[in-house]
Design a protein around this ligand. Sequence first.
Ligand code: AMP
Ligand code: MG
Length: 316
Amino acid sequence: MLTRDINLAIDSLKKNEVVAIPTETVYGLAGNAFSEIAIHKIFTIKKRPLYNPLIVHIKSIEYLEKVAVDIPETAYLLAKYFWPGPLTLVLKKHPEVSDLVSSGKPTVAVRVPNHSLTLSLLDSLEFPLAAPSANPFGSISPTSAEHVFNYFGTTLDVILDGGECERGIESTIIGFENNEPVLYRHGSISIEEIEIKIGKIKIHTKNDSNPDAPGMLSRHYSPSTKTYLTNNVTELIKTFPGKKIGLLMFQNKATVGDTIIQEILSEKGDMTIAAQNLYAALHRLDNCNLDIIIAEIFPDEGLGKTINDRLKRASK
Ligand code: AMP
Ligand code: MG
């Protein structure tokens, strides 16, 4: 059920059950990060392959040493700048964190989420929460409690309703190779914002046989409607005569027939707002019984890089 009562979530989590939690990025499917029983349930409910590790959510930077060891100085710097917030750090794992959480890797992904309800919840618990996004594996991430309910219904006893996610897109993930920071996943903090703080960083190169980093599988975040990505929407439409088409546009409506459904992500051309609206708009289009969705490519800068990354995977 949907509730704002964290006591219900506390009771469930203490019994090794899985609950949905709000964060500023997307909703999470959370369980006790120190309990293999709870972690198993997360993988089962989400139908997530066991090789795809989970992010551990902690209450504050002070808690970091309970889940990670040999923490590089740059990691502390980043944590101080961006926590609580949408930055995940991949660090050497503390032995108390279950190997199931890290999919057998020697590293653990960790962050402090910036949502008051979830911070109060974490504060009331004696364990951190492992949580991937609260959607079935590969589908569109949920940015409202209703999205979570639509996916899982009553399978979840508790869906903590913290309203719409403020950022609406997953966290940025940074790992360390030889103590040097490496970007593993574009996310709601742009690479430019990070580089202002710590200088140039390397970008991890992706490949499906080594889904070393989070969210790196090439097909992910996907609507069930076939989705195309283009920088010339009007031309692409012409190649689908007679089809029921939905458009996902950044700022301006495309000049096309009225029969075409259009979602505009930010009329002011604000990327932060576009990111916030992205998944909700995709959920709406996906529920319109369309033949296809056509999405417009974003400018390749700031959060536009993150949005393009998600759109590319959605259209695989
Ligand atoms: P989700 O919350 O669904 O985006 O999933 C969390 C993401 O974090 C996953 O895609 C993981 O691959 C990534 N992740 C978690 N732990 C690690 C780790 N130890 N190393 C690299 N990536 C990780
Ligand atoms: Mg996910």
